[in-house]
Design a protein around this ligand. Sequence first.
Ligand code: ACO
Length: 331
Amino acid sequence: MVNKVCSVGIIGTGSYLPETIVTNEDLEKIIDTNDEWIVTRTGISERRKAPPEMATSDLGAIAAQRAIESANLRPEDIDLIIVATITPDMLFPSTACIIQEKIGATKAAAFDLSAACTGFIYGLSIAAQFIATGMYKYVLVIGAEVLSRILNPKDRSTLILFGDGAGAAVLGPVEEGYGFLSFDLGAEGSGGDLLYIKAGGSRFPASKETVEKGEHYIKMVGNEVFKFAVRIMGETSLKALEKAGLTQDDVNYLIPHQANIRIVDAAVKRLKLATEKVYVNLDKYGNMSGASVPVALDEAVRKGRINKGDNVILVGFGAGLTWGSCVIRWS
Ligand code: ACO
């Protein structure tokens, strides 16, 4: 335990992608779509699919182990596990508790959080505060999804967008002046009906009828979510920069939520960033909801795109509606 308010940063990252690749051509065989439409409207060429025996905790546990290893820690060093997911193994217990057991993080408290694609950034903000106040020293934040299990195989507007994967980060105390400089989080509950799963909760419990109507699958009003995303990605990033006392000119790297290349391009334009300062992997993985930002972050770190002292923005949006961004001075 640390006993005073301290600088907090990301000290390790990890990710895991299932091996099976589903290409746009594969989807052409099962629904009325085509590679040209998917690539021009979304930028996505392929996505990953977890095998039937793997659930979200299985993907998340591997990403977590890789993050702990890269932080040079042992699972027993972790004080808290936060899992951001909209595809938990089951309604309860939490996927965080299942992962705690799988990786042997015996000392850790554990809980899930629900903020859809923004979940990982919400999770970072919670973790950072536990560490800054001295309550915990090392917190593991995981974004993990098996979205292929909640996609309607007959709905071409969602089936093409989403993929499975997991990413993780270990947060801990860092040198003064480095680490998280600011967070900007928000929600607009009035937009809840733009992206949701109707059945399986307390309002519409799962029944033969809800299954027959496909109400356990994602429903999305794509073009409305698109307009919201284009507006909010730039707005929240600029707010986080302002809170950190920085401007667009100070940004060294951007890790955006990987939903659609046209949404990423709009954010990049608003922030007036050069494209080489932006990490994009949605062409290979599609939108992995809570896993998108941590997988992109881990890949960028492992490829050496982010260096000590860089000002990095993570930004996302998602169901809820929710949004969030943070500025990190990389340590
Ligand atoms: N293949 C071919 N045609 C299609 C497909 C498809 N896969 N999907 C839709 N179309 C058709 C539509 O039926 C429509 O045809 P019509 O004009 O004859 O009615 C036409 O294409 C245009 O449809 P739009 O929905 O207006 O297309 P749009 O350009 O908006 O692109 C898309 C759709 C890609 C879904 C876009 O709106 C988008 O990316 N929205 C954001 C979605 C998103 O990011 N969601 C994740 C949020 S994060 C989270 O929390 C999970």
